[in-house]
Design a protein around this ligand. Structure first.
Ligand code: ATP
Length: 195
């Protein structure tokens, strides 16, 4: 079974995934893997260069992130084309990875699981929820960015209400509700649904 896990920036997706890993569940970190594929997958590199020119990559083959971000975030069409190039390749890579796993179910972690449409290829989805003020504080502290920078990233994502409505399970990570019992409960329910 393929289970997706999503949530707004700073909600604690990665933190929750680390706990699932302790329970023996393999996790595919889609956003990290996408970054890797953008510098290793020949077809994707070619496509990105065709969209953004050769300047999209530094001489050492690493991605010129500031250049791409500047162009893509000021041009919705270009951003859509970039996403359309990256998503199928990550999707294919995730499918191959999933086939190699032996666990009863796997997790795919992605910030934009609903926005990208990739939730349609998953059997269940978990949304990690944290109040917006908590998320802003966490991201400001983790990434050393300003409040307005975090808010501008939040505004690019689907609302929490939508993510909760579309999910099969919700984990509250507000810093007060214990995480481990919530995760163990979902883990048990997922295992039972396989019986
Ligand atoms: P992003 O979308 O930016 O990748 P994320 O949803 O994966 O974020 P995390 O990286 O797991 O979120 O968490 C954001 C920050 O908040 C991290 O520094 C993490 O250590 C911290 N954090 C997450 N959950 C908790 C918690 N329950 N208590 C304390 N700190 C937490």
């Amino acid at each position: 079974m393929k289970v997706g896990i999503t949530g707004g920036i700073g909600s604690g997706k990665t933190t929750v995934c680390k706990i699932f890993e302790v329970l023996g569940i393999p996790v595919y970190y889609a956003d990290d893997r996408a970054k890797q594929l953008m510098v290793t997958h020949p077809e994707l590199i070619k496509k990105i260069k065709s969209l953004f020119s050769e300047a999209a990559y530094y001489a050492d083959g690493s991605l010129n992130r500031p250049y791409i971000a500047h162009l893509a975030f000021n041009n919705a069409h270009l951003l859509a084309q970039l996403n359309a190039a990256v998503h199928p390749i990550v999707q294919e890579d995730a499918t191959q990875w999933h086939q190699q796993q032996q666990a009863p179910y796997t997790l795919k972690e992605a910030a934009l699981l609903f926005e990208s449409g990739s939730f349609r290829n998953l059997d269940k989805v978990i949304t990690v929820y944290a109040p917006i003020e908590v998320r802003i504080q966490r991201v400001m502290q983790r990434d050393q960015v300003s409040k307005s920078q975090v808010i501008s990233r939040i505004e690019k994502q689907l609302s929490d209400a939508d993510k909760i409505q579309l999910a099969d399970f919700v984990i509250t990570n507000n810093g007060q509700t214990l995480l481990i019992p919530q995760i163990k409960h979902i883990h048990q329910r997922l295992l039972q649904s396989l019986c």
